[in-house]
Design a protein around this ligand. Structure first.
Ligand code: IMP
Ligand code: MG
Length: 178
């Protein structure tokens, strides 16, 4: 079994690149069917979604825009410390169908923060696409429209996902070695 060492942890091959592509193709087909005729802007959430967004977009055959946003830790007086501000939006998304592209949805807290902020820009609709979804960890209320792969509550790395900033470059997905 192929393994990699990233910082202090060892990971083993979990989902190879070609399998990932099969799941992305299915998601792309769903989007191509569902969102025909809509004024679409895809919104990749950096950093983790860059590989997924890139491969997904190559299979989208609808007229659409794409932009990338980042969640930045709040620099202010907010007491919770966990509130993140969505930065980098230069496009007017009012009246458009936004498709949020995430690498992974775990508890769903991140997705909720994104939703709260996007609603303020008055898009016509917000759809959610994630490559990976941990249903057993999910506590959110948002209905995720497009899911690539459902996975158990294990720590995953590669294909854009990181461990302390490393491992995003790996073409396959890896799972932590217990
Ligand atoms: P949530 O807010 O709990 O849904 O967490 C989502 C964020 O946590 C993702 O955007 C990732 O940055 C990170 N994350 C959650 N699970 C993993 C994992 O298995 N590997 C790497 N990052 C993860
Ligand atoms: Mg992320």
């Amino acid at each position: 079994m192929k393994t990699v060492k990233v910082l202090d942890k060892s990971f083993k091959l979990y989902i190879p690149h070609d399998k990932i592509q099969e799941h992305i193709a299915r998601v792309a087909n769903q989007i191509n069917t569902d969102l025909k005729g809509k004024d679409i802007i895809f919104m990749g959430i950096l950093n983790g979604s860059f590989m997924f967004a890139s491969d997904l977009m190559k299979l989208i055959d609808l007229p659409s825009q794409i932009t990338f946003l980042k969640l930045a830790s709040y620099q202010g007086t907010n007491s919770t410390g966990s509130v993140k501000r969505l930065i980098g939006l230069n496009e007017d998304i009012s009246g458009k169908t936004v498709v949020v592209i995430e690498d992974i949805v775990d508890t769903g807290i991140t997705l909720e923060q994104i939703q709260k902020q996007l609603i303020g820009y008055e898009p016509a609709a917000i759809k959610y696409a994630t490559l990976l979804f941990k249903p057993n960890a999910y506590k959110g209320k948002i209905d995720i429209d497009y899911v690539g792969i459902e996975i158990p509550n294990d720590f995953i790395l590669g294909y854009g996902l990181d461990y302390n900033g490393y491992g995003r470059n790996l073409a396959d997905l890896y799972v932590i070695n217990e």
